[in-house]
Design a protein around this ligand. Structure first.
Ligand SMILES: [Zn+2]
Ligand SMILES: [Zn+2]
Length: 293
């Protein structure tokens, strides 16, 4: 029996907010207040991702109340298609804004940061818009602001689309909070790491050692032969999602009693799997995808 990463690996869980705006761009809270709100609400780390300018936490407070990673949301463009690239762990703009998205990703990586593609559904990205890109760690699969404003917060179809075509990218839940209305504290990542420091957290994100959530907790996903066992906080539904259909891969709390575990059987042709847990309020948590070799 082995656990799907990051479950069962050494370390502890750290709660992180990867996409939020301050008064350095179009957010309502100054950087220090934004950081304090996250610290007060159980977050261990965050990236302040203002538009097209790096927000360095240390420029606003000598002692941040949580691990605050210098970050930026970089606008990019290819033809008519807009991209927003979230870059974490950069000290200055690695490239001008509105350049090609691949050049933007490459520049972030060359600067020692990591990046992912923001809100594919909100940007109405096609699979081709995403499949041409290389070097990003993943895409946003849930964005609170895009959900609350125009109901285009969930990009799971985009994610399964690229996964099914063999692109191994992680799925990230974020708020994209601006604090003009309650758009915060609804989407985050739980990272498994040995220590809470910038290099360790960035490495864990690169390696996919996290799950994304709107609230539910996933405790373990074990694989034993063809069996997949899931343990989680009380749920209405537990799904094993992958690249096959014509077979049920769901456990449902039909009788109204919440589920805390489920067992599924992998299909012989199945190439990847991921677990999604939905709680009694309809809020989801998502593991990263695991490719069956
Ligand atoms: Zn954006
Ligand atoms: Zn944003």
């Amino acid at each position: 029996m082995s656990s799907l990463l990051p479950f069962g690996t050494a370390g502890q869980w750290f709660k992180g907010s990867l996409h939020t705006h301050t008064t350095q761009s179009d957010g309502k809270l100054p950087p220090a207040e934004n950081m304090q709100w996250h610290a007060d609400h159980g977050y261990d780390f965050l990236g302040l991702t203002d538009h097209n300018r790096v927000t360095d936490p240390l420029a606003f407070t000598a002692k941040p109340p949580l691990l605050a990673i210098p970050s930026v949301e970089i606008s990019a463009r290819r033809g008519e298609v807009e991209y927003h690239v979230i870059a974490l762990g950069v000290r200055s703009m690695p490239i001008a804004h509105h350049q090609d998205p691949q050049a933007t990703i490459d520049a972030v990586n060359a600067a020692g940061g990591l990046c992912f593609i923001a809100h594919p559904y909100w940007h109405d990205h096609t699979l081709d818009d995403l499949l041409t890109l290389r070097g990003h760690i993943g895409i946003e699969i849930f964005n609170t602001g895009c959900w609350l404003e125009i109901n285009k917060g969930h990009s799971l179809v985009h994610w399964d689309g690229v996964l099914r075509r063999g692109q191994r990218v992680w799925g990230l839940a974020v708020d994209d909070s601006h604090f003009a209305y309650p758009d915060h504290g609804r989407g985050w990542v739980m990272v498994r790491a040995e220590r809470l420091d910038e290099p360790t957290i960035l490495d864990a994100l690169r390696l996919g050692l996290f799950y994304s959530t709107m609230g539910p907790e996933i405790y373990d996903v074990q694989i034993q032969g063809q069996q997949v066992l899931v343990h989680c906080s009380p749920a209405r539904s537990i799904f094993l999602v992958g690249d096959i259909y014509h077979c049920p891969h769901a456990a449902q709390a039909w009788d109204g009693r919440p589920l805390t575990e489920a067992t599924f059987t992998l299909r012989p042709q199945q190439r990847y799997l991921r677990v999604e847990v939905v709680d009694m309020n309809g809020q989801s948590a998502w593991t990263n995808a695991y490719f069956v070799e």
